[in-house]
Design a protein around this ligand. Structure first.
Ligand code: ZN
Length: 273
């Protein structure tokens, strides 16, 4: 795809308000952050839910409130997480897809996540893929390791996900692939020869400064936001999610790559709003 898709991951499951005071949590805060990110150039929003105390939740109601408020102010493509948070059951993680967001992340394998483990067996991945197909939700293959790219290919071969495909490479999670250009190239070289787009994600200060821009320059797409990193640059906390989106937009402009609008993304992935 010629145009650059910027995904904004504005909240996540791990970042706290103590670390980042501008972390959007309530439906109104989330809608405002989404609208600002769209204005700054984002075309997909990757969404986790938090309760009023900012704890991660898989509450279908909460996801519904977010969706409701977002739709009042933004045309952005909404992607729900099904990675959820450490300790959630498969059913909890999958529950919000019943709200039929346009896209949802699909974790493509188990992974060490700092001191924890994010479990994703092949049978649960198949269940996630089947459920998304039933609801008409486009999966984003979330790959934390090279083997995960091959797992995604297995789902493709089994006919559980239909093209065009969207892959994300999540680099820099402690316990998984590092946020280096070498790791990014390895992930990319494992991609199947299919109709697909891929997005680079860097976790942590250094990774998030490196991986999204490099991915954008390599013809892939970029994800930024407080889920991945709270800093603008070393020692400087970002003031908003939109500020991080803005930086990728400026880079794209500098190098002559146009930005995809939400409707461009819908057209590319055959989504229906
Ligand atoms: Zn996420």
């Amino acid at each position: 795809m010629e145009k650059l898709i910027i995904t904004a991951a504005i909240t996540g499951a791990e970042t706290t308000r103590e670390q980042q005071s501008a972390l959007p949590v309530t439906p109104l805060e989330v809608a405002k952050a989404v609208s600002d990110c769209e204005k700054a150039g984002a075309s997909i929003i990757h969404l986790h839910a938090r309760d009023d105390d900012a704890n991660p939740t898989a509450s279908i109601e909460r996801f519904g409130e977010y969706l409701h408020e977002i739709r009042k102010v933004s045309n952005i493509v909404v992607e729900f997480t099904t990675g959820g948070a450490i300790g959630m059951t498969d059913d909890e993680r999958l529950g919000p897809t019943s709200m039929k967001p346009e896209m949802a992340s699909l974790d493509c394998g188990s992974v060490n996540f700092a001191d924890e483990i994010l479990p994703n067996s092949l049978p649960s991945m198949r269940t996630f893929a089947k459920t998304m197909m039933e609801y008409g939700v486009k999966p984003t293959f979330e790959c934390f390791d090279v083997g995960h790219v091959y797992n995604a290919n297995m789902l493709i071969k089994e006919g559980l996900v239909k093209p065009p495909f969207h892959f994300t490479f999540v680099l820099g999670v402690p316990g998984a692939m590092p946020a280096t250009v070498e790791a990014l190239l390895m992930m990319k070289s494992a991609l199947p020869q299919e109709d697909l787009e891929w997005t680079g994600i860097g976790i942590g200060g250094r990774g998030s400064v490196l991986i999204p821009p490099v991915s954008a320059l390599m013809g892939g797409h970029a994800r930024v936001g407080f889920e991945d990193n709270i800093y603008y640059r070393k020692g400087e906390i970002a003031v908003s999610n939109a500020q991080l989106v803005e930086r990728i937009r400026l880079l794209a402009e500098m190098f002559g790559r146009k930005l995809a609008t939400p409707d461009d993304v819908r057209k590319r992935f055959n989504l229906s709003k």
